[in-house]
Write a protein that binds this ligand. Structure first.
Ligand SMILES: N[C@@H](CCC(=O)N[C@@H](CS)C(=O)NCC(=O)O)C(=O)O
Length: 125
């Protein structure tokens, strides 16, 4: 599964960290949460975010992603079932296909007879 080896360096009152935790929860991604103490930063935090030394840091398969907005974008792209339908093989790919088809059914149900999600004209939605 793509959610193997996901670690989040976080700190409780940080809204930036919460943003990432919400994205992980929405995608139902299992991860290890490591709560940092920002007065005594861990060697892992300093290694994974050596320039800014800030949380949140998402570590996926040993590689760090920093900046909460970029992390959320990364989560959306990498853990999207559409990507996993071509980026994986075997059982994981089959599971991704099923998940993707279920997502499309939800979208089809929502769009109904409209031409676009936002109505009859093309727009941001
Ligand atoms: N732009 C960053 C901001 C991250 C940030 O400011 N994190 C704070 C906690 S809320 C931090 O780690 N501060 C430690 C420090 O400044 O030394 C993001 O969106 O991830």
């Amino acid at each position: 599964m793509a959610d193997e080896e996901v670690v989040l360096l976080s700190v409780y009152p940080s809204l930036y960290s919460m943003r990432v935790r919400i994205a992980l929860a929405e995608k139902d991604i299992k991860y290890e949460l490591i709560e940092e103490n920002l007065t005594v930063k861990s060697s892992l935090l300093l290694e994974m975010n050596p320039i800014h030394k800030k949380v949140p840091v998402l570590i996926h398969k040993g590689k760090p992603i920093v900046e909460s907005l970029l992390i959320v974008e990364y989560i959306d792209e990498v853990f999207d079932p559409a990507r996993r339908t071509w980026a994986t093989m075997g059982e994981e790919q089959e599971a991704a296909k099923k998940e993707f088809i279920e997502s499309l059914k939800i979208l089809e149900g929502e769009i109904g007879d409209k031409t676009y999600f936002g109505g009859e004209t093309f727009g941001l939605v």
